[in-house]
Design a protein around this ligand. Structure first.
Ligand SMILES: [Zn+2]
Length: 438
């Protein structure tokens, strides 16, 4: 049962492999069992998909400076991502629009990134729903500074602000894009890259319902006053408020759990819609911390997850350790393979022998020489949680167009012990950055 819940709120397509804290929050809003925090942390640390697609150290949220908007849909940031492999629907790039107040993200796959398609899409899909923005932020992309855009802005009564070319980070949409990119890598770990556009809705759902560390609430909460229900939430007989999660009792044996309805001390567990909305509202407009107040605070140094990743970083690798190693994928247009969608890490593989200072050779027929700067410890020690293996990392489809296959580690989707087939050779000395721009 707890295994299933972990899977449900971490691996499930509507969850999209969030970090352990977010997974914990998501389950904690609905269920509780003793030792839950630790089991969530461990589960996520051992997740094979996460291990492959996430960067080694999550960088701090860059406190995107000023222009604090006062309400949702007032300041909207737009950006173009791609080009990507042409999808079945003929889409090649992604228009991303983010509300700077709530950080609600909309993303529209486009066939052509012209000023015309961009302005049309914004008008048809974005402004019609959320209202016309006071300010539209963008970079200096040719489409954004075109005559067509200028005319559209005038028609909308919207100010167009462009960020300086050399400070793309000044555009807050950039930060959201990191989440989208991570979401795409995660979703495409077992799919052809040309399917990228069909993954977008689920990725957006999960981003919109993750707590933002700067605002302290989810985009859904800030934009609409409540979190969106995830699949199955209506079947839980309490309205999830985070206050009265279902108690789950571990009955000694691992994985045998019983679900209890909430205790009598929390009046039947039902929170009325009104009180809920009221709560949220006070959090949003009232005493809630302004994002800027949080900027100065150093993030929780005592945080276990962080400590763990730092330990892994400093860890002295030794023979017999299971590790992931940095991938160096190359895009290939005719194979519809996009390097930015490929996992950042391959493996796991087991270290056979130390060759010299910081250099190891791996076990198996295809021996890789790996440098410690290009590897990270596999928390599952070659034995990842079964759900990722069974349900998420399936054997990629082989056949003519299986670009995927060649780029992924042999260990993905196969018996990991027999790491034999040809994998990409990794230069022991290269500790270069993985991935690059999506
Ligand atoms: Zn995961």
């Amino acid at each position: 049962m707890s295994d299933h819940l972990l899977w449900r709120y971490h691996d499930h397509v509507s969850a999209g492999h969030p970090g352990w804290k977010e997974t914990y929050r998501s389950i904690g809003n609905r269920f509780f069992w003793t030792g839950m925090r630790e089991s969530v942390r461990q589960y996520v640390a051992r997740c094979h998909v996460c291990a492959c697609v996430k960067p080694l150290n999550r960088k701090q949220d860059d406190p995107m400076r000023p222009r604090q908007p006062r309400q949702p849909w007032e300041v909207v940031s737009i950006d173009l991502m791609g080009p990507y492999p042409r999808s079945q629907r003929g889409k090649t790039c992604l228009l991303v629009a983010t509300d700077c107040y709530s950080r609600w993200v909309e993303a529209y796959p486009l066939g052509q990134a012209t000023a015309k398609t961009i302005t049309d899409t914004l008008e048809r899909e974005f402004f019609s729903r959320f209202g016309y923005a006071r300010v539209l932020l963008s970079d200096n992309g040719t489409q954004f500074v075109s005559k067509t855009m200028e005319k559209a802005l005038e028609k909308w009564g919207t100010e167009g602000w462009t960020t300086p070319i050399y400070h793309p980070r000044a555009n807050p949409v950039e930060r959201r894009n990191q989440d989208l990119k991570k979401g795409l890598r995660t979703a495409l770990v077992d799919k052809p890259h040309s399917h990228w556009d069909s993954c977008i809705p689920n990725i957006l759902f999960s981003i919109r319902n993750r707590r933002n560390r700067l605002t302290g609430s989810t985009p859904s909460e800030r934009a609409f006053g409540r979190e969106a229900k995830a699949p199955g939430d209506w079947l839980l007989d309490i309205i999830s408020t985070g206050k009265n999660p279902k108690q789950i009792e571990m009955t000694g044996q691992k994985n045998i759990v019983t679900v209890k309805t909430p205790d009598n001390n929390n009046n039947s567990g039902v929170i009325t819609e009104n009180s809920d909305v009221f709560d949220r509202k006070t959090k949003i407009s009232g005493g809630g911390e302004q994002p800027s107040q949080k900027f100065g605070l150093s993030s929780d140094k005592k945080d276990i997850g962080h400590k763990l990743s730092r330990e892994n970083h400093r860890r002295r690798f030794k023979e017999g350790d299971w590790v992931y190693y940095r991938a160096h994928p190359l895009s290939s247009a005719d194979k519809k393979f996009h390097a930015g969608f490929a996992p950042k890490w391959l493996g796991p593989v087991q270290l056979a022998k130390r060759l010299g200072e910081g250099v190891f050779v791996t076990k198996g027929k295809c021996q890789l020489k790996l440098h410690v700067t290009a590897m990270k410890y596999d928390a599952s020690e070659g034995n990842p949680n079964k759900f990722s293996i069974l349900q998420h990392v399936q054997q990629p489809k082989t056949g003519r167009g299986a670009p995927f296959h060649s780029a992924l580690s042999p260990a993905l989707g196969r018996n990991r012990k027999s790491h034999a087939a040809a994998g990409p050779q990794v230069d022991a000395a290269s500790g270069g950055t993985a991935g690059g721009r999506i």
